[in-house]
Design a protein around this ligand. Structure first.
Ligand code: SAH
Ligand code: SF4
Length: 343
C-alpha cells in the first residue's frame, strides 16, 4: 500500500528526498507543492525532476483519503465528506466570509461526549482521526476549490481534547512556515468542556484560540445537554477557564446553542450573562439546526434576537451565528449521518 505524504513535517520530507537519491531541498519543494500550492498528486509537482516524481510516486501519494461527496449551499458554504482509507468518513466545511475564509475540520469520527442535540454523538465515538487525516480535510479543500482557507476551527465532528495529541500535531503543521503558514491566532479549538484538556491547553501557551461550548449556565440544564458536565461541572469549568486566562491572557468564545424551551428564555440569558461576566470573552449564539433524532427546535428569530439583546444590555459581547449552509445540513455530523441513512 502507498503511504500518504500529507502531514509529514519538512524534516521528514527532506530525509525522504535524500533517501531517494535527491538533494534535501527537493523535500522543501514537495512541502511547497503540498502545503501551499494544493498539488493534487505527486505527478502535478511540475518543477521536480520526472525521475524523482516517478520514484516518489511508487510508494507515496499526497493524500490517503478521497472526497466522496460535495455539497454547496446558496451562501457559498461547501461541505465535503472525506472518506478515509479504512472506510470511515468525516466531514469538513469550507466557509467563505466577508473578510475571511474558514475551514471547519473534524477531529474524530463520531463523538464520545454525546450531547443530546448533536448528530455527531448519536452513536458515540467510532475512532480518533490521525494528524494527517485532520490535515487532509484542510488541504483537500484547497485541491477542490483552488483556495486554502486562512482560518481553521475545530468545530466539526468530535471532541478535540479527547484526541489532543493528533490535534496538536495537526496544528503544528497548519502554523509551520513550511506548512500551512497560518497565523496561530487564526486557529480555534472548540471543546465541550473537558477540564484537563483546557488546563493542558493553558500549559502549552501559544496563540491558538479557545472556544468553549457552554449551552447552559445551570448545572441541572447542562447535565442534560452535555453529559460530561456531570464529570466536570460548571464551577470546575470556570476554574479551568480562569487558569487558562491567567496563563494566556486571551479572550475565550462561548458557544451557546439556542434550544427553544430548554435554554433560550430571557431568564437563561441573565444567568448566562452572570456566568460569563468574570471572563474576557464573547458569546456566540447558534440557533439550533434541527436533527431528526432529537426533539429540540430553535427559538423564533425574534426570541433569539431578544436573547442576544439581553446579553448585550448586560455588557456581554454577543454574536448570532448566521445559519450558514443550513440548506445542506450545516451543523456538525449531519452530512455523515445522512450518508449512513441513504446507502
Ligand atoms: N465537540 C466540540 C467541537 C465540535 S461541535 C464542541 O462541542 O465544542 C461545534 C459546535 O456546534 C458546538 O458548540 C456544538 O454544540 C454545536 N452544534 C452541534 N450540533 C448542533 C446543531 N445541531 N445545531 C447547532 N449547533 C450544533
Ligand atoms: Fe461531541 Fe461537540 Fe457534538 Fe457534543 S456538540 S456530541 S462534544 S461534537
Amino acid at each position: 500500500m502507498t503511504e500518504s505524504l500529507v502531514g509529514k513535517p519538512l524534516a521528514d520530507l527532506e530525509a525522504l528526498a535524500e533517501a531517494l537519491g535527491e538533494a534535501r531541498y527537493r523535500g522543501r519543494q514537495v512541502a511547497e507543492w503540498m502545503y501551499r500550492k494544493s498539488a493534487p498528486s505527486v505527478a502535478a509537482m511540475a518543477n521536480l525532476p520526472k525521475a524523482f516524481r516517478e520514484r516518489l510516486a511508487r510508494a507515496h501519494t499526497v493524500y490517503g483519503s478521497e472526497i466522496e461527496r460535495e455539497e454547496t449551499a446558496g451562501d457559498g458554504t461547501r461541505k465535503l465528506l472525506v472518506r478515509f482509507r479504512d472506510g470511515q468518513a468525516a466531514e469538513t466545511v469550507w466557509i467563505p466570509g466577508k473578510a475571511r475564509l474558514t475551514a471547519c475540520v473534524s477531529s474524530q469520527v463520531g463523538c464520545a461526549v454525546r450531547c443530546n442535540f448533536c448528530a455527531s454523538g448519536l452513536k458515540g465515538v467510532v475512532r480518533d482521526l490521525t494528524s494527517p487525516e485532520i490535515l487532509e480535510q484542510y488541504f483537500l479543500q484547497g485541491v477542490r476549490t483552488g483556495k486554502l482557507p486562512d482560518h481553521v476551527v475545530f468545530m466539526g465532528m468530535g471532541e478535540p481534547f479527547f484526541n489532543a495529541e493528533a490535534v496538536y500535531g495537526a496544528i503544528e503543521v497548519l502554523i509551520a512556515p513550511w506548512g500551512g503558514a497560518l497565523s496561530a491566532r487564526h486557529v480555534t479549538v472548540s471543546t465541550s468542556g473537558v477540564v484537563p484538556g483546557i488546563l493542558e491547553f493553558a500549559r502549552r501557551g501559544g496563540q491558538v484560540r479557545l472556544s468553549v461550548s457552554l449551552h447552559a449556565a445551570d448545572d441541572a440544564v447542562r447535565d442534560g445537554l452535555v453529559p460530561i458536565n456531570r464529570k466536570w461541572p460548571l464551577a470546575e469549568l470556570a476554574d479551568a477557564i480562569r487558569t487558562y486566562q491567567e496563563a494566556a491572557r486571551r479572550q475565550v468564545t462561548f458557544e451557546y446553542v439556542l434550544l427553544d424551551g430548554v435554554n433560550a428564555d430571557l431568564s437563561d440569558a441573565l444567568a448566562l450573562a452572570r456566568w460569563v461576566r468574570p471572563f474576557r470573552c464573547s458569546v456566540n449564539l447558534i440557533p439550533y439546526n434541527a436533527v431528526e433524532e432529537f426533539p429540540h427546535r430553535p427559538p423564533s428569530r425574534d426570541a433569539a434576537r431578544a436573547f442576544a439583546d439581553r446579553l448585550r444590555e448586560k455588557g456581554v459581547r454577543t454574536t448570532i451565528r448566521l445559519r450558514r449552509g443550513s440548506d445542506i445540513a450545516g451543523a456538525c455530523g449531519q452530512l455523515r449521518l445522512r450518508e449512513e441513512k441513504t446507502p
